[in-house]
Design a protein around this ligand. Structure first.
Ligand SMILES: Cc1cc2nc3c(=O)[nH]c(=O)nc-3n(C[C@H](O)[C@H](O)[C@H](O)COP(=O)(O)O)c2cc1C
Length: 191
C-alpha cells in the first residue's frame, strides 16, 4: 500500500476486554483482509467509569487520549460481543465518554461500522441494535443497510493461531469493510 496524506485511517474498537476475545481476533483480521487504508487499534481498557463530576475540560488523561484517537481517524469500526442481549457495559461506558462535550464530541458526525461475533447462533443482533441506538444519540453516522453478524465464531477461527479462517466469513467481512470505506466519503463533513 502506498501511503500519502489522502490515505484513510480507520480506528478499530473492541467491545471486550478479554485477552482471548473472539471479537479481538475478528478485529485483528480486518487490516489483513483490506490493506487499502491504515488501521489504528483504539483501546477502551483504561477508561474510568463515566462520571459527570470528572468530565470537565479535556477530561481525565485516558479519556483525552481516547477522544483524540477517535478524532484523528476518518471512521471507526466497532467489533463487539453481546452481553445479556445487549451492549457490553465497557463499550457503553466508552461511547458515553466519546459523546461529550456535545458540540465537539469525538463521535459527532463520525462514520461508524458495526461488527459482532458470538459463540451463539444469533450473531449479536440485539447488541448491535443497542449500539446503533446509542450511536444515533451521539450523532455518529452508522453505516446503514449492511450488517455484519458472526455466529458460532468458535467454528470460524483457528484458536491456536488466533486467525479468522472461515472463507465465507472472511469474504463477507472484507466486503463489509470495503463498503464502509467507500461510505466514509458519502458522510457529510462537520463544516
Ligand atoms: C455476562 C455475559 C453475558 C452474555 N450474554 C450473551 C448474549 O446475550 N448473547 C450472546 O450471543 N452471547 C452472550 N454471552 C457469551 C459471549 O458471546 C461470549 O462470552 C463471547 O466469547 C464474548 O466475546 P469475546 O470472546 O469477544 O470476549 C455472554 C457472556 C457473558 C460473560
Amino acid at each position: 500500500m502506498a501511503l500519502d496524506w489522502r490515505t484513510k485511517k480507520v480506528g478499530l474498537i473492541v467491545g471486550s476486554l478479554r485477552e482471548n476475545s473472539f471479537n479481538r481476533m475478528i478485529a485483528a483480521a480486518i487490516p489483513e483482509l483490506d490493506d487499502s487504508i491504515v488501521y489504528e487499534s483504539i483501546s477502551i481498557a483504561d477508561l474510568p467509569l463515566y462520571n459527570e463530576d470528572i468530565d470537565h475540560g479535556d477530561g481525565p488523561e485516558p479519556v483525552q487520549r481516547f477522544r483524540e484517537a477517535i478524532k484523528r481517524v476518518d471512521g471507526i469500526i466497532i467489533v463487539s460481543p453481546e452481553y445479556n442481549s445487549g451492549i457490553p457495559g465497557v463499550l457503553k461506558n466508552a461511547l458515553d465518554w466519546a459523546s461529550t462535550p456535545t458540540k465537539t464530541a469525538a463521535l459527532r458526525r463520525k462514520p461508524v461500522g458495526l461488527v459482532g461475533a458470538t459463540p451463539g447462533v444469533k450473531g449479536t443482533i440485539l447488541s448491535q441494535q443497542q449500539i446503533r441506538q446509542t450511536l444515533e444519540a451521539t450523532q455518529a453516522f452508522v453505516l446503514p443497510f449492511q450488517k455484519m453478524y458472526i455466529s458460532q465464531v468458535m467454528d470460524k477461527v483457528d484458536l491456536e493461531r488466533r486467525l479468522l479462517t472461515d472463507e465465507a466469513t472472511r469474504k463477507y467481512l472484507k466486503r463489509y469493510v470495503q463498503q464502509f470505506i467507500l461510505w466514509i466519503d458519502q458522510v457529510p463533513s462537520l463544516d
